[in-house]
Design a protein around this ligand. Structure first.
Ligand SMILES: [Zn+2]
Length: 343
């Protein structure tokens, strides 16, 4: 059995809109309850540390960091119609970014074989100078930049299975060949980015991989994207660390999306990223929570992911044969990326 670190803390409850909002503290509360009921010796709960200003500025402008800090002086502040701050938000956002760094450090330091960071606010929409889509700081991007800039790794991969395209993460590494960003998402949909032909630019050309799936896709379509598009490119890229933007809003019961992924589907995706990490970088893998707004689906799917992370090198994952709605997207993405990869 593998030792999985789980970064979790009640402090993540301290970011709260003054009105009803899907990105609510109850999301973390149900996950803390779920973790309490999860009987596993190999599960190690780790307290997060806050990110430092220097770490935040790996991805964000210093002036933007101060702006987010300033926003928390208001009783409630709206960055945009979706994205809010309250007096606890800045500290909570520091702990969200720092929580993913804590998870990375636990894996690098050998405290855990892999890790999952139960953090909020989420991060993958946050841009260098702008909060959006419930996100203040780009937690997963800061972790990738930390691996490269601070720890001196050459290559990191970010796999993003959240319902939405991670426009912030894509933008932050669009010109980099050090970070391979691969996203599967509902399209067209918020935030509007993530088309196949958004493939990176300059040195980063070919290092952004988008699988924009139509609404209604299920486990089979998602798994085919992993097997036929992400895995072959990842094997050539050879990441030294695999990061996952783990959003559970593509679950069939989620109120915000129209995808149909099940708990078993998330387990199967988790198995694939774990195998990819095992093949390319000795299993170094950290997932960070992004979206997921049906509380029961969120808890069940996170649990399925954690159970899969804890399982030792497993039998080969059953390949997906159905999922015809992904045909055109996979075919066009492979063609579009063929100048950059042997696919
Ligand atoms: Zn999302």
């Amino acid at each position: 059995m593998l030792k999985t670190g789980v970064v979790a803390d009640r402090a993540y409850l301290n970011h709260c809109a003054g009105h009803e909002h899907p990105e609510c503290p109850e999301r973390v509360r149900v996950l803390l309850d779920m973790l309490g009921g999860l009987k596993r010796n190999a599960l190690r709960v780790i307290a997060p540390r806050p990110a430092t200003r220097k770490e935040l500025t790996l991805c964000h402008d210093g002036a933007y960091v101060s702006f987010v800090e300033g926003a928390a002086a208001f009783r409630d502040y709206q960055f945009d119609p979706d994205t809010y701050a309250c007096p606890g938000s800045f500290e909570t956002a520091l702990l969200a970014a720092g929580g993913v760094l804590t998870a990375v450090e636990a894996v690098i330091g050998g405290e855990a074989d892999n890790a999952f960071a139960v953090v909020r606010p989420p991060g993958h929409h946050a841009l260098a100078r702008r909060a959006m889509g419930f996100c203040l700081f780009n937690n997963i991007a800061i972790a990738a930049a930390y691996l490269i800039e601070t720890l001196g790794l050459q290559r990191a991969m970010i796999i993003d299975w959240d319902l939405h395209h991670g426009n912030g993460t894509q933008e932050l590494f669009y010109r980099s060949s050090r970070v391979l960003y691969a996203s599967v998402h509902q399209y067209p949909f918020y935030p509007g980015t993530g088309a196949i032909n958004e493939l990176g630019a300059g040195e980063g050309a070919g290092f952004t991989v988008n699988a924009p799936l139509p609404a209604g896709c299920d486990d089979q379509e998602y798994l085919r994207v992993f097997d036929e598009l992400f895995a072959p490119i990842a094997r050539q890229f050879k990441p030294e660390f695999v990061l996952v933007s783990a959003g559970y809003d593509c679950h069939a019961r989620d109120p915000l999306g129209q995808m149909r992924v099940s708990e078993a589907g998330f387990a199967a995706m988790a198995r694939r990223v774990k195998r990819l990490a095992a093949e390319t970088c000795g299993g170094k893998l950290v997932a960070a929570l992004e979206g997921g707004y049906d509380l029961e689906a969120l808890a069940g799917s996170t649990r399925a992911t954690l159970e899969e992370f804890g399982r030792e090198a497993d039998e080969p994952a059953a390949s997906a044969h159905a999922g015809r709605r992904a045909d055109a997207v996979i075919e066009k993405a492979l063609f579009t990326l063929s100048p950059f990869w042997s696919v």
